[in-house]
Design a protein around this ligand. Sequence first.
Ligand code: T4K
Length: 367
Amino acid sequence: MENITVTSPLLPDLEEFHALLKEIWDSKWITNNGSFHKRLEAALAEYLKVPYVSLFTNGTLPLITALQALRITGEVITTPYSFVATTHSLWWNGIKPVFVDIDPATGNLDPARIEAAITPKTTAIMPVHVYGKPCDTEAIQAIADKYGLKVIYDAAHAFGVEVDGRSILEAGDMSTLSFHATKVYNTIEGGALVMHDAKTKQRIDYLKNFGFAGETEVVAPGINSKVDEMRAAYGLLNLRQVDDAIAARRKVAVAYREALRGVPGLSFFDDMPGVRHNYSYFPLFIDADKYGMTRDELYFKMKEAGVLGRRYFYPLISEFSTYRSLPSAAKENLPQAHKMADSVICLPMHHALSQEDVERVIAMVKQ
Ligand code: T4K
């Protein structure tokens, strides 16, 4: 039997992609803000219901660049329950991460715990909409306003997520996206920074092109994070089918929930009222005493049977050697994050899972 992987990339139709490649070949313009790049930025801004999008080559460089653009220094409050790139972006800017515990109801940074972690050195908050579940953006903004802090959302998982019809990317000073192959929407490798005004968009566009503001003028020590025409064309094609992919993912989530609700020792998130979810992940939480098996026992049994779930996000970022010695990384400071990291397994979740695949995953977990 074939393995069922945790995700599978959404791929454009090969013939359609080939036709666009032919256009690129003929034009001989293959990177540096080409026409497909411009078209994709415009198409994404429209799809995501935001005024400005700046494409990046992955989802890590927009985090690093946003911190540069906002001139963030000192300490930044963030979550340990994420992919390492979130905190690495702080480290690459010489910023000290200050970990704050999560709200077990969402897996996101708990706003009620942020104020206690603020010091005179705090300059910003970097929350993550983990699994695409929206953070409590109002509560976070209220704290940011009270203390004069910037807010940069790592929205790597939150492509297309809306609250009451409005994009989650409207929140904070800037938001970043990842378009990695494993994401709901991908450009193979890729990402974006979302901002609210033309001046910031201009500055970010300079920063991702070495700081060039013209042929002979460099206005800042920028980086190179330009997206080539092939990936921009691929991205335009994938954008056409992303709604169908999200609908297919939703069906899988519904099937998992129906089958697993009420099984002793298992819990999962339900949809939040007023939220357009993207079903980017399906985290399942195991209470070993009630389920009769630990999360790791289940993980390895599933693996043996070719059902390749993943323990996103275990270990916590605060447990990695780079960050472990920080005072805020102490286990006592992060009880909810530890509990979630120790009990989570993300079930296979993507647009191409067949009914048989879903049934096989369910049978495995129920067994
Ligand atoms: N912030 C957050 C909150 C993030 O989650 C991430 C990335 C970032 C920032 C940074 O964004 P990027 O710089 O990566 O754009 C994956 C991804 O590499 C990473 O993008 C993602 N988060 C993270 C959560 O997961 P791995 O190491 O688990 O991926 P991998 O290679 O083990 O793939 C998982 C499964 O996907 C495979 O078993 C099969 C399938 N797959 C994967 C690839 C790459 C395919 O079927 N085809 C493929 O080409 O990290």
